[in-house]
Design a protein around this ligand. Structure first.
Ligand SMILES: [Ca+2]
Length: 319
């Protein structure tokens, strides 16, 4: 009996985890929040590309080839410490092949289309990437979909061919496609610690994906979300974005001073060696012809040798 009650207590305490910040609604900042029926789109949020807005979801891309879309907050984040919860849904007809995924942004520049999941490459800021398609041909360290973080000062390119593994801070495997409940991600940035958690199993509790220390992000950047499809596709839907202001006793002066920080992270994941995919040096057809020529040459040498030997022996008999 004691055992059951302790399990119950444990379950209660675990279940309360995801609601922890939600309980303190006073910390929610309306300026950076997106909620049904999305009446603040056009005021606090802009959209571009193929983004479609309904009363129930913001669809960044439909489940069709070669689409991309984005939404961007119009209000810069003047908060040092924050937590943002994004409710999303990725779904489509594909069972084996689907893509490409979506990205959540805290970036200096907004509303610029580009190759990184529908947004600008060489960005300045933070990208949280939910990559559903494995572009990498060789062996990966992980399965897809994969969630990763990249901090950029505007000088680095996101390498799609390697699924960004050379520039990622950290990452974890995730499964969120084609489920019949809402899926959530939490990005917490507090005291220069970046923590990302997910709730992808309808359990109302956060599961840690990674925690990275010594991440410097400025104030004054913008939140956004973007997605893209190529040969493969999916519906990439954003259902809600909720922003929590975690600042305590931080002066307006400090908030202003932090606008000049250049985004940086002290520790990156040790990059895998950047080698090109190994191309087969010889095609099978080539190998076949070489073997064929070799065999024919050997047969010819054998026939020639045999007839020479026969001829010499024949001559011997005459003399
Ligand atoms: Ca990819």
């Amino acid at each position: 009996m004691l055992h059951i009650s302790s399990i119950f207590l444990l379950t209660l305490s675990v279940c309360s985890i995801r609601a922890e910040v939600d309980a303190s609604e006073s910390y929610v900042s309306r300026d950076h929040t997106l909620a049904r029926p999305y009446s603040n789109i056009g005021k606090l949020w802009d959209f571009l590309g193929h983004t479609m807005i309904t009363n129930n979801y913001v669809r960044l891309t439909p489940d069709l080839q070669s689409k991309s879309g984005a939404i961007w907050n119009t209000s810069p984040v003047m908060t040092k410490n924050w937590e943002v919860h994004v409710t999303f849904k990725v779904h489509g007809k594909g069972t084996e092949l689907f893509g490409d995924g979506f990205a959540l942004w805290y970036a200096q520049e907004r509303m610029i289309e580009g190759p990184v999941f529908g947004s600008k490459d060489y960005f300045s800021g933070l990208a949280i990437i939910l990559d559903t398609y494995s572009n990498h041909n060789g062996p990966h360290n992980h399965q897809h979909p994969f969630l990763s973080a990249m901090v950029n000062n505007g000088t680095m390119s996101y390498d799609h061919d390697r699924d960004g593994t050379h520039t990622q801070l950290a990452g974890c495997e995730v499964r969120f496609r084609n489920v019949n409940f809402d899926t959530h991600i939490s990005i917490r940035y507090e005291n220069e610690i970046l923590s990302v958690s997910t709730d992808l199993e309808n359990r109302n509790e956060w599961k840690n994906c990674f925690v990275v220390q010594n991440v410097e992000l400025p104030t004054g950047y913008y939140f956004g979300a973007s997605a893209t499809t190529g040969d493969l596709s999916d519906n990439h839907d954003i259902l809600a974005i909720k922003f929590y202001d975690l600042d305590k006793n931080i002066s307006a002066e400090e908030i202003k001073k932090r606008t000049s920080i250049v985004p940086n992270a002290k520790t990156f994941e040790p990059p895998r060696e950047h080698v090109d995919d190994i191309k087969p040096s010889m095609s099978n057809l080539k190998i076949f012809f070489i073997l064929l020529v070799g065999t024919l040459a050997s047969i010819a040498v054998a026939i020639f040798g045999y007839s020479w030997y026969k001829e010499r022996n024949a001559r011997k008999r005459f003399y």
